[in-house]
Ligand binder design. Structure first.
Ligand code: SF4
Length: 237
């Protein structure tokens, strides 16, 4: 398995832990507000450096005692069949393992949870669980992928590992009642993060002109979600 990037130390990607962050390349959907536009295509440009699994493991061995966790994000990491082996290698070193996912691969998610490799999953919920709304927020999405997202939510609602659901809140896509609808859908979830949309880099350049909700408006959205989930927080990305 190869990675497209490494952040050697982050204090914000794994709540309460110091984590390294590894990025995978390629994504099966195309959210118009995506900020990781350089990671969307699976094949790197010829000149682009890649980090092999062996190099990542070597780095993590050197950092034992300084880092608590490894976070794998993308792109969409579950596109890689080799992901479970890579995460198992990190776990074997003694690290906590976190996966960020768009939820379109519940089979792999189930496999990772059952085998005890994962400690934390952060899953995006792009919109209320209505196909047309979800498709608009994802740019492209098959009905199978849509049903997979629903399955992943169900799976994560029933697991014992740490789970975070999160939505990048874009005023053009998410009127306040839609954010509340998502919170109602994941009623009882341990953590729902509302991520502030950042228009400085967007896949669809039209989204660069979208004005984000203010800090106060984001807090009002969080207050609206609070009755339905155990914890809700506003996050800047
Ligand atoms: S924001 Fe959307 S398009 Fe971008 S990497 Fe995440 S799931 Fe893929």
């Amino acid at each position: 398995m190869k990675f497209a990037g490494l952040v050697k130390q982050s204090l914000v990607d794994y709540p309460g832990e110091v984590t390294a962050v590894l990025f995978t390349r390629g994504c099966n959907i195309r959210c118009p507000f995506c900020q990781n536009t350089h990671l969307l295509l699976r094949s790197p440009r010829v000149s682009e450096p890649v980090i092999t699994l062996e190099e990542a493991v070597e780095f993590l061995k050197e950092r034992l005692g300084f880092l608590d966790a490894v976070t794998v994000t993308g792109g969409e990491p579950t596109l890689y069949e080799e992901l479970p082996d890579a995460l198992a290698a990190f776990k074997e070193l003694g690290y906590l393992v976190k996966l960020d996912t768009n939820g379109t691969n519940p089979a792999m998610l189930q496999q990772l949870i059952t085998s005890g490799i994962l400690d934390y999953v952060a899953m995006d919920i792009k919109a209320p669980l209505d196909y047309r709304k979800y498709l608009r927020a994802c740019g492209k999405l098959t009905t199978e992928e849509f049903f997979n997202v629903r399955s992943s939510i169900r799976l994560l609602m029933e697991t014992n590992i740490e789970v975070e659901f999160r939505t990048t809140v874009v005023p053009l896509l998410h009127p306040p009642e839609d954010i509340e609808e998502i919170a109602r859908y994941i009623q009882g979830a341990p953590l729902y993060s509302l991520q502030q949309f950042n228009p400085s880099v967007t896949l669809d350049t039209d989204y660069g002109a979208v004005v984000p909700y203010t800090r106060q408006e984001m807090q009002a959205l969080a207050d609206r979600c609070a009755p339905f989930v155990q914890n809700v927080r506003v996050v800047n990305i």
